[in-house]
Structures are given as C-alpha cells and as structure tokens.
Design a protein around this ligand. Structure first.
Ligand SMILES: Nc1ncnc2c1ncn2[C@@H]1O[C@H](COP(=O)(O)OP(=O)(O)OP(=O)(O)O)[C@@H](O)[C@H]1O
Ligand SMILES: [Mg+2]
Length: 388
C-alpha cells in the first residue's frame, strides 16, 4: 500500500520470516512479467517466534541462512515485513491540511490513537479521503514500534543481508493480491512505461518514508470488499480492503497449529499425521471427522471476524464482505475454504501468486509449486514492492 521506494530496481528479494516457515525468493522485474529466479524456505521451531515476537534470534538467523542457502540467493537488498501487536493500523480523522503539514501534525494526532510512547514509534499515513466535510479529512495511520523495526532490520543484517524495506505483512499480502487482480492469472501484460526520474535514496531501511511516491498498481475500482485471510502457523491475519484501501487489519490468535492440535486431540493422531492432514492429505483419516474439526475451528475464525464486520456495517461503510481470499499454510486445511464461502455466501479463492510469475520448473519439485503458492503470498508481495 505504501510505495516505500522511489527508484525502480531490476530485482528484489522478498524475505518472509513466518513463525513456522521462513521463505525467501528473488523476483527479476526487469521484463514484462516478473520472473522468480530463486526460491528457498526453512522451518522454524515453534519456540523461535511466539505471538509475533522473536524469542530466539539465533534460531531465526539460522533459518534465514538456511532458506537463503537453499535458494542460492545472491546478496542483494531485501524487503521484509513485521506483523503483530507492535504494528497498529487505524483510520483517523483530522483537520484538513496539506500532506506536508500532515506529516508534522500526525505525531500530535497519533498520541491519541497509539498506546505507545510517541518517541518510540515510527509513523506513516495515507490520506484516504481529503475532504469528508466540516473541514476534516480521513487518513490511514500506520504506527510501528521503532525498536521492533530496527530489531528486525538488525536481524536481517546479522543473517548477512541488506534490509532495504521493512513493510507490514498484511500490506504485502494486499500488494500481492492487487498485483494478481490487476495482471490476471498467468496472463502476460506489458509493464507500464514510466518516465519518473530515478531518485537517490539512502540504503538504510526507512520503513515509513515518503508516501508521496506511487501507490502499487491496484485494479480498477470494483467496489468489492475483499477479505484477505492469511491463515499462518500461529495466527490468522484478517485484512479487509476495498479498491486498494485497507479498512481493517486484525490478527486472530488461530493458525494451523490450532487445527493440528485438534486433529491430534480429537482423532488421536501423531503430530506428523496431523501435519499431513493440515496440508490436505486425508488418506489415513476419516474425512467427515476432519471436516467437522475444520468447521468448528473455522467457526472461531468466523466469529473472530464478526466484530470487525459489524463495525463496517454499523458505520455504514459496507453491507458485508464480497470475496474471501485465503493465503498461508492454512489454505490447505481440508474444507476451510468451502466452510468460509458457505458462511459468508460469497465467492472464495485460494491465493496463487505464482500464477502471475514466470519461473523455471526446476525451482520446485513436482506438484510443489501449486502446494506452496499460497504460502508464498506475503513473500511475493514483498518482492513486488518495487519495479513493477
Ligand atoms: N507445503 C507446506 N509446507 C510447509 N507447511 C505447510 C505446507 N502446507 C501447509 N503447511 C502448514 O502451514 C504452516 C505454515 O504456514 P505459513 O507458512 O503460512 O505460516 P507462517 O507464515 O510461518 O506463520 P505466521 O504467518 O503465523 O507467522 C505449517 O506449520 C504447516 O502446518
Ligand atoms: Mg505468515
């Protein structure tokens, strides 16, 4: 959502440090269609990242190095993301003023909206509606704890990389979705010409810089409320957008780990078998029982989403969501997509970012690309941050 960088690059590495799986990939964006040139991932033990917080730096650094080694990725600048409670995204209303003035005033405004000391946070914003009447405008405020951003950048440096962009995971997910929606699945679309002069920038990560540079290409206004649901290992990030504007970002403390735990408990499965079930392999189990468990944990996701949706409805902003896009490892949970589609009565799909890219088949084992594609959504959204 924020165009963090001004200069067009020919390639960028996306590094998604998930709580279960670290993914890294490199996209060559010099041609008409992005090319995935390198890809690697590595598992993280559950104790390394808990509730979005890094508990064991060494384990995380090791996993980044392992993923990078597998990818044989060159040492080029990296776009990565933070998530969790240290990031706050909120719509606010303030007096009408120029963007430049707002950049100063936002610090005063933020004090009322952010439960952290203002000296400890980095802020960015986007003007959503420049005039909502009564001399007021509406902004999207994004605040992140400075020490978290710096710590994340330091971690990447310690793993041997140069962190160029520190984004917010849910915005990277949105970026991937918008790219896919704009470019269609598997269709080659000419890259748009730009006559924008290159602008020098510092090589230090400046996560919330600018805002004046171009927004990512969004599809034409569809007026659809799209719920991007990233069901990761430990959390489900709900990011509701309409025409390129985020309305809600929320983390629900439910991920594949919770489904796996229930499979183990209720079906008496080993962890390994329960993992396989979570990935869609139901050969060894009673499909009906699995489906019942998925529905009951899925119901918790549905109910967790309710407050956000009620707010959208009562504020008159939406009558409901119009589409569900599932990403992350939880996309493979048997019956989850169908359950959500049924609950909301809307079209639902699994995110498939690889469909918009070219890549050598050797990068993936047989059948692996389709299996991994939804897990790579955030990572692709990161690597697409610039140049396309
Ligand atoms: N092909 C796969 N490879 C690895 N994990 C998979 C696969 N398919 C499903 N999974 C499940 O998805 C989980 C990882 O999902 P994902 O990569 O979205 O999580 P994460 O990004 O690490 O977590 P979070 O976003 O919560 O920090 C694994 O723990 C596993 O249960
Ligand atoms: Mg994730």
């Amino acid at each position: 959502m924020f165009g963090f960088l001004n200069r067009k690059r020919k390639s960028l590495i996306g590094l998604d440090i998930g709580s279960n799986v670290v993914k890294c990939l490199r996209l060559d964006v010099s041609g008409e269609r992005p090319i995935l040139t390198h890809f690697g991932m590595a598992d993280l033990p559950p104790e390394a990242i808990v509730d979005g917080e890094i508990m064991d730096r060494e384990l995380v650094i090791e996993a980044i190095k392992e993923a990078a080694d597998k990818a044989e990725i060159p040492n080029e600048p990296v776009a990565s993301a933070v998530a969790g409670r240290a990031v706050i995204v909120k719509k606010i209303v303030m007096d009408k003023m120029s963007e430049e003035d707002a950049r100063e005033a936002i610090y005063w405004e933020a004090e009322q909206h952010v439960p952290f000391d203002i000296d400890d946070i980095t802020l960015d914003f986007q003007i959503l509606q420049p005039d909502i009447g009564a001399d007021q405008m509406e902004l999207l405020l994004v605040a992140a704890k400075k020490d978290m951003i710096l710590g994340h950048a330091e971690l990447i440096r310690d793993a041997g990389f140069n962190p160029l962009v520190i984004d917010v995971a849910s915005f990277a997910n949105q970026n991937a979705w918008e790219y896919l929606a704009a470019h269609g699945k598997g269709k080659a679309v000419p890259a748009e010409e730009t006559d924008e002069a290159p602008v020098d920038r510092e090589e230090d990560p400046d996560p919330f810089s600018g805002g004046e540079d171009e927004a990512p290409e969004a599809p034409g206004p569809s007026g659809e409320f799209v719920a991007l649901l990233d069901v990761g290992g430990g959390v489900t990030n709900v990011h509701i957008i309409k025409d390129g504007v985020p309305y809600f970002t929320r983390d629900l403390p439910l991920g594949t780990a919770h489904f796996i735990e229930e499979f183990q408990k209720q079906l008496g499965l080993t962890y390994e078998t329960a993992q396989r079930v979570a990935r869609g392999d139901v050969e060894e189990v009673d499909v009906q029982l699995v489906s019942d468990i998925v529905r009951s944990v899925g119901m918790e996701i549905y109910q967790g989403l309710e407050p956000s949706l009620s707010y959208l409805k009562t504020s008159g902003e939406a009558t409901g969501i119009d589409r569900i896009v599932l990403s992350g490892g939880g996309s493979h949970l048997p019956g989850l997509l169908g359950f959500l589609a049924e609950q909301y009565g809307v079209p639902s799909e699994v995110s498939d970012p690889l469909a918009a890219l070219d890549y050598k088949p050797e990068l993936f084992a047989e059948g692996e690309a389709a299996e991994l594609s939804p897990l790579l959504t955030v990572c692709v959204g990161l690597a697409l941050r610039e140049g396309v």
